[in-house]
Design a protein around this ligand. Sequence first.
Ligand code: NAP
Length: 255
Amino acid sequence: MGRFDGRVAVITGAARGIGFGTAQRFAAEGASVAILDLDESGAAEAAGRIELSDGAKAIGIGCDVSNSTSAEAAVTRVVEELGGVHILVNNAGVTRDNLLFKMTEEDWDMVMGVHLKGAFNMTKAAQKHFVAQKYGKILNLSSVNALGARGQANYSAAKMGIQGFTRTLGIELGPFGINANAVAPGFIATEMTDATARRLKMEPEELRQMNADANPVRRVGFPEDIAAAAAFLCSDEASYITGQTLYVDGGAKLG
Ligand code: NAP
């Protein structure tokens, strides 16, 4: 008996990294999963690597979350191909880092478009199914960098925006049996942080070690750390928790 037997979970930006780890965890606990990512073949390939529980399915769908038509079409396909939708994880993300005086309007719009508008588009598309069935779980990816980060005016604003969005979803959707929460990861070893290392002209391993040394628990995080928190917050054990942001960062910002 898994916590997500009979449930269908949609995870955006899940062809790799935290999204893939979360999809794998939900599947391990019984869910059918829809892996959404920009490139349909990459999403399908990732879906093929998911280890499924008996009777569950995994599908990959090409979707640009920043485009409302694409988001709407993806949710419709999930319902048609997997028979419903119960959990939405708004995970898709990009970075376009630069100091404010060098940050372009395109850098700003791109980050807002994927993180904030993407979460809005996907949540709008999913909530009508959730409201009709009086059941749904929404999990949004914020970040410790919501609290401020040099070179990330766009990302930081988007990730703090996600927290306000999450609180508002909690208020508006609670009466319909829907919980909305956020996780705010610290440094997680993925392609995103490896790309940051390369931009800083460091080896990925060097940046990981630097972050591990500075962290109270003396290690970096892995997608599985976020997946574990995501599974709890999207489970019925967390049905009295809504509108919250849980920092999963090894205590990185404690002081
Ligand atoms: P990642 O490895 O870069 O994966 C992000 C995925 O999102 C990629 O597969 C990417 O596809 C996809 N994506 C980008 N734009 C998209 C769009 N418009 N529509 C659909 N998919 C899109 O990142 P990650 O580290 O796993 O991060 C996942 C989430 O956690 C993000 O929201 C990130 O901001 C957040 N987070 C990460 C960390 C960390 O340390 N890693 C810390 C805090 C928060 P392409 O490869 O085709 O671009």
